[in-house]
Design a protein around this ligand. Structure first.
Ligand SMILES: Cc1cc2nc3c(=O)[nH]c(=O)nc-3n(C[C@H](O)[C@H](O)[C@H](O)COP(=O)(O)OP(=O)(O)OC[C@H]3O[C@@H](n4cnc5c(N)ncnc54)[C@H](O)[C@@H]3O)c2cc1C
Ligand code: FES
Length: 253
């Protein structure tokens, strides 16, 4: 993990309220695994806290992060221009470890699709991915070509404007009997991960399932404990350092 002053190569909208920023890193940071994240400064000293954003794509010294405009921080990041310098700490967290799984079901909702796109990019051609990605409506859909490259893709929208009418978990469940999968990976809002956990339990689906969690963060490196989450065994874990990826049965959602 390194803290670097990266140069903005490109920063542009890719869907409604969603932007993509590509940063040129001044030096190598080693391998970045899908599911790892960056802590990105917003480029304004009056906002000392960096914002955690999943790495979406790596291309040589360039790293692309996709982000939803949410509050002040992400709006400030969207104002960064080509050539601007932003401080970034990366790679952070554990990332998804696919082990020897070959057929992987990918379930992503909203901004949760970005780190999942990085997993597919990392393992392209080596694993079969069956992806289910959910958006509020078609104007929010993005990066679908990245998921198609990994294998097959079902798009789900809450308003039914494209693809399956419903969310990504429902799309996965409606297809489950027809697919082969030895691992499930998922990232999305807490309500989606909770729905996934109860559906797997109710239906007796015993396939290993890894989920990436989102928590508010301070340091991003395991020192401040701002990001603690509850584990099923009663202990706490640091989402930034012990996660953000956990076995779904290991954490309280
Ligand atoms: C491991 C991880 C990976 C993430 N990956 C992505 C991604 O790829 N794309 C993306 O759009 N978003 C991602 N998020 C969420 C992103 O960090 C927040 O949307 C962002 O920090 C909001 O900042 P803001 O200043 O615009 O919003 P504000 O609401 O003004 O933020 C105020 C404070 O709360 C924190 N905060 C607000 N919402 C969240 C949240 N959902 N999770 C964590 N901290 C939050 C901010 O970092 C900031 O410190 C990720 C979060 C985590 C923890
Ligand atoms: S953000 Fe500081 S310990 Fe996780």
């Amino acid at each position: 993990m390194k803290e670097l002053l990266a140069t903005v190569k490109e920063n542009k909208p890719i869907a409604k309220g969603i932007w993509s920023i590509t940063l040129a890193l001044p030096e190598p940071v080693g391998k970045i695994k899908g599911g790892q994240f960056a802590n990105l400064s917003v480029g304004d000293a009056s906002y000392p806290l960096k914002r955690p954003i999943g790495v979406c794509s790596v291309n040589g010294p360039d790293v692309t992060l996709c982000y939803q405009l949410k509050g002040d921080g992400t709006h400030k990041i969207s104002q960064a221009k080509e050539g601007d310098k932003l401080s970034v700490l990366l790679p952070l967290g554990n990332g998804f470890d696919l082990g020897d799984a070959e057929n992987i079901a990918v379930i992503g909702g909203g901004v949760g699709i970005f780190p999942l796109a990085a997993v597919i990019e990392e393992h392209a051609g080596k694993k079969n991915f069956r992806s289910y990605i959910g958006f509020r409506g078609k104007e929010y859909a993005c990066l679908t070509e990245k998921f198609e490259k990994g294998g097959s893709l079902t798009i789900a929208t809450d308003d039914g404007s494209i693809g399956f009418h419903g969310n990504a978990v429902q799309a996965f469940l409606s297809d489950y009997e027809n697919i082969k999968c030895d691992l499930i990976i998922s990232c999305g809002p807490p309500v989606m991960l909770r729905a996934l956990k109860s559906a797997l339990k109710e239906r007796g689906i015993a396939v290993k399932c890894l989920v990436s969690l989102e928590e508010r963060m301070g340091c991003g490196i395991g020192a401040c404990l701002v990001c603690a989450c509850k584990k099923s065994d009663g202990h706490n874990a640091r989402v930034c350092k012990d996660g953000p990826v956990f076995d779904i049965n290991e954490v309280e959602l």
